[in-house]
Design a protein around this ligand. Structure first.
Ligand code: ZN
Length: 254
């Protein structure tokens, strides 16, 4: 198969020096890419988080009002970011689980792209076939729209910063991964960061989820990084050039 990355001269994910990680909810970056994010920070990359929703729908506990939950999740997010040494965080505060427009999210993201000028954007994969959460679908599609139209003055007029085009995107939580990162030295840190989100994970489901996260990271390592059955952990991404996000039907297989 054609090596599209070579043709487009795209650098390796871990060589990026400015990375923008855009998550629907406060915990998604950690779960999908926490180990890779810490690896990038250790290699000197600047890593900025954007959280699209305010997290108000993230609990079935009647004890929490929407307002209390929003505050609690912001504190958890700050504490989790310390584990990963995240450089800066933006909150877009769209209403978690409620109606809002992909275009409005994309407009906010375009402004951040133009000011931060990342080499890679990470986010959820909106084309994973069984992903049903509307905030995940909307966030993934908003990021794609922002990437495709960040140089288009008709759709997103210049406000404060000049045009900028991001060369590549790395989708986590993807059903069609093509890139695997060894995160063995960072896996415990990733798990510690995830556990800071107590409103989401300090419950009876956590042991099962923890077991799943560990088992799937081990399996990825064994099948994609090192088949010699040494213990390790990996994360998976679908990395595409921004060019592949439009009229590139083979992108699914590349
Ligand atoms: Zn989420």
């Amino acid at each position: 198969m054609i090596n599209i990355r070579k043709i487009l001269q795209l650098p390796d994910l871990l060589d990026a020096k400015r990375v923008l990680c855009i998550q629907p909810h406060a915990d998604d970056n950690e779960v999908g890419a926490g180990g890779t994010i810490k690896a990038l920070r250790d290699r000197g990359a600047e890593v900025v988080f954007v959280t699209v929703t305010d997290g108000q729908a993230g609990s079935v506990e009647p004890d929490y009002s929407a307002h209390d939950l929003v505050i609690k999740r912001k504190i958890e997010k700050e504490n989790a970011a310390k584990w990963l040494d995240v450089s800066l965080q933006y909150d877009l505060d769209f209403p978690d689980g409620h109606e809002y427009l992909i275009h409005d999210v994309a407009a906010e993201i375009v402004e951040i792209l133009r000011s931060f000028r990342p080499e890679v954007v990470m986010t959820v994969d909106p084309w994973s076939p069984y992903e049903g959460h509307p905030d995940h679908l909307k966030t993934g599609h908003a990021v794609v729209k922002a990437l495709l139209f960040s140089q288009n003055a008709s759709v997103f007029p210049i406000k404060h910063h000049p045009f900028y085009s991001v060369p590549q995107v790395a989708f986590y939580a993807s059903s069609y991964p093509n890139t695997y990162i060894d995160v063995t030295p960072h896996f415990l840190t990733k798990m510690a960061a995830i556990q800071e989100h107590a409103s989401q994970f300090d419950n009876e489901d956590w042991p099962l989820l923890r077991e799943y996260l560990i088992a799937s990271a081990k399996e990825l390592y064994l099948t994609k990084i090192n088949q010699n059955h040494e213990e390790g952990y990996a994360e998976a991404f679908k990395v595409l050039s921004t060019r592949q996000l439009h009229y590139f039907p083979m992108a699914m297989y590349q």
